[in-house]
Design a protein around this ligand. Structure first.
Ligand SMILES: [Zn+2]
Ligand SMILES: [Zn+2]
Length: 198
């Protein structure tokens, strides 16, 4: 069963296959918070402790069916993660590493809204809480399930590397591994503005 994926305005649409294979996590890092400020609607993206609810899966499980031209990406630094969002309505879509051989995508909850079921029903409970030292408060400790999820996650990344399926990704050119659009890298002053907002 596929789970729908869309930006707020509905220009970009697609789906995530194998929702049973994902790991849900919350990331409290300063960079994820800065990205939310960059998009201008931190209240829609971050929870009360500054966490971003993310569904981690393999890029080969993500398919876009329309509106790809609205999918763009930015990075806080020259070497930072690619943070994908839409040009039509600034909906955060996901984060990916810069190296497509590291087969991972963290889909952000804002593109996974489904009126018929909650994230919990679709993808199961949150199993990882990471970068909790940057949280605004003390999130519930989940160290055991976080470690188990990270091990499971890394083994799926390694499998995708070995069997070559990392090339099946909507975010990178399959032959060269370059992102489908060149990332907008923030200037020092732009970066200062969004990190100071955190
Ligand atoms: Zn949109
Ligand atoms: Zn983060």
């Amino acid at each position: 069963m596929n789970h729908p994926l869309r930006c707020r305005c509905g220009t970009l649409k697609g789906h995530v296959s194998h929702p049973e294979k994902v790991s849900r996590g919350v990331c409290y890092c300063k960079d994820c918070q800065a990205f939310a400020h960059f998009l201008g609607a931190p209240g829609d993206i971050l929870d009360e402790m500054g966490g971003t609810d993310v569904v981690a899966t393999l890029p080969k499980h993500v398919t876009f069916t329309q509106g790809m031209e609205a999918l763009i990406c930015m990075s806080l630094t020259e070497t930072g993660m690619l943070r994908w969002y839409t040009s039509c309505c600034n909906t955060p879509i996901c984060n990916t590493p810069r190296d497509f051989k590291f087969s991972h995508v963290g889909l952000i909850h804002t593109c996974l809204k489904d009126p018929t079921r909650t994230l919990e029903t679709a993808f199961g409970p949150v199993r990882m809480r990471v970068n909790t030292k940057n949280a605004k408060g003390t999130p519930e400790s989940m160290s055991l399930s976080t470690v188990a999820s990270i091990v499971r996650f890394l083994s799926s990344v390694i499998r995708a590397r070995l069997d070559g399926s990392y090339r099946h990704t909507p975010f990178f050119a399959p032959d060269r591994g370059t992102p489908i659009v060149s990332p907008k890298v923030l200037t020092n002053s732009e970066r200062e503005r969004v990190t100071n907002a955190v």
